[in-house]
Design a protein around this ligand. Sequence first.
Ligand code: A3P
Length: 308
Amino acid sequence: MEDLYKTLPQHTCTWLQGIMTLYKYQGFWNVQNFSQKTILAQSYKAQPSDILVCSCPKTGTTWLKALTFAIVTRKKFDELASPLLTTLPHDCVPFLENHLEKIQKNHSDFPIIATHLPYSSLPESVITSGCKIVYIYRNIKDVLVSYYHFVRELVNLPLEDASFEAAFDEYCQGISSSGPYWDHILEFWKASQEMPERFLFLKYEDLKKEPTSNVKRLAEFLGYPFSTEEEKAGVVENIIQLCSFGNLSTLEVNKSGKYQADEHFALEHRLFFRKAKDGDWENYFTNEMKEKIDKLIDEKLHGTGLVL
Ligand code: A3P
């Protein structure tokens, strides 16, 4: 199994000066050991009470993890005692593909699990268990810019050495970690059409524009609705504030320290918190790039009603 990646289609990322190679496994690109991790994750036995937080990288995973965690644990910790004040959201909610052992150990106490796995690679038990699945997606242009900076910093490549144009071209070819982004979305969207009661689709920009209604929707869907008393007491607003970019990005824990992504690899916490600005893509895209990616997304998501 360790050598599986050698048999897979591979692509060395030119925009990263060849520092990173991606491998295509079960229709999606990822780093070398991801195929192995996917196979291990597929052994996971999901329970009906599980909550799966699913996303493509850079679409708002950290935020959705924090919100889901705060909603589900609010009876245990109020906002002044929340572990989110002292712990990176990724350490509060583990990734299925990276922290299987931890998940299996704590499973009976804690139902939230996150994943970047595509729908078609999820463990069979996720499909059959009837557990709840929340999916977050975001404007592709802002995701691309976010991805560009995140990966560039991950491999310590200075800005001047990382061509945005080349990154754009590879992303539009679908070659990105967990990409093609549109196929990731489409697989979850199609499954949600077949089993609407099991899925909640959240759009990053909507969550920003209307946090109160969307956080209430999320809590209801998860089976942890806010009571009238909680609403009157401002619990919804407190959770929104606790999980806001303004708050999380300035906490000491999120400005320093390293996240152990897996047994081999650690990255700085701060990399998960950059700008969180809608429309940052306008500082990077030429008109030609905008037209190209809009056309691509129109073609790929045609008929879904999803707007990226
Ligand atoms: P930018 O790079 O555009 O700033 P992910 O969590 O899926 O890796 O996505 C990271 C993106 O979400 C980054 O976007 C990051 O700044 C933003 N982000 C992180 N925490 C957030 C929060 N609490 N609220 C809104 N956006 C957040």
